[in-house]
Design a protein around this ligand. Sequence first.
Ligand code: ZN
Length: 632
Amino acid sequence: MKKQTFVALMNDSFWRPKIDLFAAEGIAYQWRVLNDAEPGAAKSHSVRNFKIAAGLAEGEHYGKVFQDSDLAKWIEAASYSLFYHDSPQLRSRLEEVIGILEKAQQSDGYLNTYYTIKEPENRFKNIENGHELYCAGHMLEAAVAYYDATGSSRLLNILSREVDYFLSIFGKNAGQLDTYPGHEEIELALAKAFERTGDEKYLDLAEYFINSRGVVPGFLAEPGFLSRKERFRGSDYYQAHAPIREQMTAEGHAVRAMYLFSGAAEVARLKNDDSLRQALYRLWDNVTGKRMYVTGSVGSLKDGERFSLVDYDLPPDIAYAETCAAIGLAMWAYRMLKDRPEARFADIMERVLYNGVLSGVSHDGRHYFYVNPLKIKPAVAKTRPESEHVKPSRVKWFGTACCPPNVMRTVLGIGSYVYTQKDDDIYMHLYAGHSAQIMTARGELQLSVCSEMPWKGGMQMRVSGEGSGRLWLRVPDYARGFALSKNGNDENIQAVNGYVPVDIAPGDVIEAAFSMEAQFVHANPNVDEIACKAAVLRGPLVYCAEEADNFPLLSSFRADAKTHISEEKANLFGGIVRLTVQGDLYDAISWGEGELYRTGAPKRIPAQLHMIPYSLWNNRGEGEMAVWLNII
Ligand SMILES: [Zn+2]
């Protein structure tokens, strides 16, 4: 087994409190939910399903075909939390869970509660939507995380046996199923397992699934597939409408697409496959240039939880923008960075982590959004049929609960997004404060980083340990006046693909500084609903206006985009930078009852609008929220 890839341990004032909250309460809270012991939360049954499959309990399977993935993500999150708080109780609980999984695994290696308990005769008969390989992928990611955190291969051994079983089932030999999973996920998990174990079987299976999709008919040839009438669930829903190398645009179910591209980026890197790499660059440009919300969320259509069929279709109020899809974009961006460090990937990764991902969880860590709109008027959202998916408040859990454990594993695993490394070239993508241990050719470097991101640009790094390397520091797209010093001496700023290099060795102190003033960001006029509007961004944070800080009828305000946006430290949510925008306000009070329309120029009065980070919206009760502002 290879040594774990390094994980930066966050110690800043932004991520660390969230990590501590999840480690102290979130893990226990979600464990109660998964055991149906949390009053008011939707039923999960996830743990009991495994106990039944293991012969340790009586009963029926409850939940969706992908219910197993909720426990898998919990195991992954709990494993990451051990990096921060090595709890003997949590370790023994994880061992207990793994013991259940060992017993639930069938003699041939198969591990899936739905098809073991409920439909044993239908194993792999619904590759399209059965989610068996999706669940296995999440459990494989959990196994890698558990190995990283504890050094124990116990869970990985279970998954290794299951992958051996998959290798007997899937492939091009006579009698095998020549197909690919309807919901991608296992591909990127297989790549992770390959990186830890060096066992080519994982990579071979990942490559087979990536290369088969859209090439062999797979499940598309199943009786009835093409006769189905579901409008948004054709072959493109599964990214199977064409070989990935020929896909020009991101199509279909957004989470599936993001997970596919993540897995494909791993295969492109590990196999040095340039045709795959070029396809991913093209798809990246399509997603981030034409199909992504300013928050980094993707997948605007509710029907099919998918990308719109056309570019620039990004409605803010009926956005789908699933939390899992935002997480998927961060995962993809990170894997693009592993292959080729270019700051444009990190800019998006940071944007989506700080906005579209974090909006999925409340400040108390116990309430979640599945759907992440950029505008809400609660009374309308609750009553319009086309807004049915848009909730004005986060909830405790969902019947389809993919998002809550996904956001928890992402926050607890945020340290894995900070760096990528190629030999002794160390690329730092995120400036948040942390400590990290990085193996170089001549020893292990310890990096200790202080930072006030996302409130103040820059960081100070102290280098200790052994070895040496070249640190590449990202120049964020929003940074102004980027300056770099080493041991008090200014360094030349010569960025390559958005990264500035500086040689580091023990004893060095590296300081980077840049300003990141709040600024208006205007929308492409092709995006109909937000044409001629502007959002406010400061550093990586997208801001929003909430009724709680302002007034109802947020859309009656017009921002003056030519004026300065003022900043102040506010004692909200543990301390934030609050913004105030100048503008004017429609005089709504003068309108009489029943006066729906009026001629003559509207009367406007000078006004200002307070804004908070978008990810923090809806932590003070229901109310209007808007990211995009009318401008004068
Ligand atoms: Zn989800």
